[in-house]
Design a protein around this ligand. Structure first.
Ligand code: FAD
Length: 359
């Protein structure tokens, strides 16, 4: 894959934030979008698309039916496992195959975006004239220049580190894809139980065609999370015998956002979008809508302002998103307390549903 010596914009990470950023930045001039994984990339995910994601994507084209799984939509349900309390809410998600969704997004890119897989950004330097990026491609380091760099390289962003911005702590997540021995209810069940210990945050179960995802989220630095996941599966199967054998298990990291300092739009000529910038719901773990929205705004900022002014434009454009994140962070200590999880089982379902809409 030929790579030029200079681009108007370079973007690291071909997730939803990087793709949307590339789409818009292309208006200003040639874009290089590099992805460290081979393409199409794979991201561990529940594949639940929030209505904010669907709304943002409306103007880019119709989401193909081929990426949608059965049941087509699932509603979020709070589940206090120990007390067998179920609170179905009105919050609905489109149930998709995440890998196919990500691949579809890349098909929206215009020809002026050069998308290169197996190409990792390693280092960044910048001055008044532009940004120099070191890329690792085919076992060699190459230097490429640009007017603006957008770091959309996820929760463990190398761009963020290269800027000297502190990384955010991360939850440990484990997802099992289990065979379904019979139908389960069409819900995105968010399960709280007390038997797994203090390092455990919650689990979720969601049907995906003839399998179900059983995911669990553990607080940062959890030791031996796979043992806790085995125990969680055993407990869930005791009441849900439809959850058959696990066909695969994957581990990942998700941002553990607790402080306003975790959300950083960028430095100088470098913008941070999606999880790299701390744009993800701290309360629900929903990140795709934040990625598409912040990515879109980073691309628009570059397209409209470019160069040294792009960060000011991006900072202004993301005011509402950051205010939304800070509001959620303020409520987190209350929501995460054992007393709040207990109370959720007793308050009317309509109130749980209303609170859930704001997560
Ligand atoms: C287990 C799990 C389940 C989830 N479920 C949901 C869900 O159901 N719904 C939802 O909305 N959100 C969910 N999320 C969150 C959501 O997946 C993320 O918030 C979203 O993908 C973030 O998008 P992004 O573009 O910022 O980053 P990512 O999707 O993480 O993409 C970043 C890309 O950058 C690449 N990269 C990394 N380093 C480099 C480098 N140095 N050079 C070049 N490329 C690099 C990575 O390979 C990756 O492809 C889940 C997360 C996890 C972990």
């Amino acid at each position: 894959m030929p790579i030029s010596e200079r681009y108007t914009t370079i973007i690291a990470g071909a997730g939803p934030a990087g793709v949307l950023a590339a789409y818009h930045a292309a208006v200003r001039g040639p874009v290089l979008l590099v992805e460290s994984m081979s393409l199409p990339r794979y991201k561990s995910c529940g594949g639940m698309l929030h209505h904010h994601t669907l709304k943002t994507l409306e103007s880019y084209g119709k989401i193909p039916e081929s990426i949608v799984l059965e049941p087509r939509t699932v509603r979020f349900r709070y589940h206090d496992w120990d007390r067998r309390v179920l609170k179905p809410t009105d919050l609905e998600f489109l149930n998709v195959d995440r890998a196919r969704f990500d691949e579809w997004l890349t098909t929206l890119l215009p020809d002026t975006v050069e998308l290169v897989g197996n190409c990792a950004l390693r280092d960044v330097t910048q001055d008044d004239t532009g940004v120099r990026v070191t890329l690792r491609l085919g076992g060699e380091d190459i230097e490429v220049e640009c007017d603006n760099l957008i770091g959309a390289d996820g929760g463990r962003s190398q761009v963020r580190r290269a800027l000297g911005v502190d990384s955010t702590a991360t939850y440990v997540t484990l997802q099992d894809f289990v065979k379904l021995e019979g139908p389960i209810e069409p819900y995105f069940d968010c399960i709280y139980m007390r038997d797994i210990g203090d390092e455990y945050a919650y689990s979720y179960v969601v049907p995906k065609g003839d399998v179900a995802i059983v995911g669990s989220v553990y607080y940062p630095h959890t030791k031996r999370p796979w043992e806790k996941q085995d125990l969680t599966l055993d407990i869930l199967r005791s009441a849900l015998p439809e959850l058959g054998e696990s066909v695969s298990r994957e581990a990942a990291a998700a941002l553990y956002l607790r402080s306003r300092a975790d959300v950083v739009p960028g430095r100088g000529r470098v913008l941070l979008a999606g999880e790299a910038g701390g744009f993800m719901s701290p309360s629900s773990g929903e990140g795709i809508s934040y990625a598409v929205n912040s990515g879109r705004l980073a691309g628009l900022a570059v397209a409209q302002s470019g160069g040294a002014s792009a960060l000011d434009a991006y900072t202004a454009l993301t005011v509402d998103i950051r205010a939304n994140l800070f509001r959620k962070m303020r409520w987190l200590p209350v929501m995460e307390s054992p007393i709040a999880k207990l109370c959720a089982g007793f308050v009317p379902t309509s109130i749980v549903s209303k609170v859930t809409q704001g997560l």
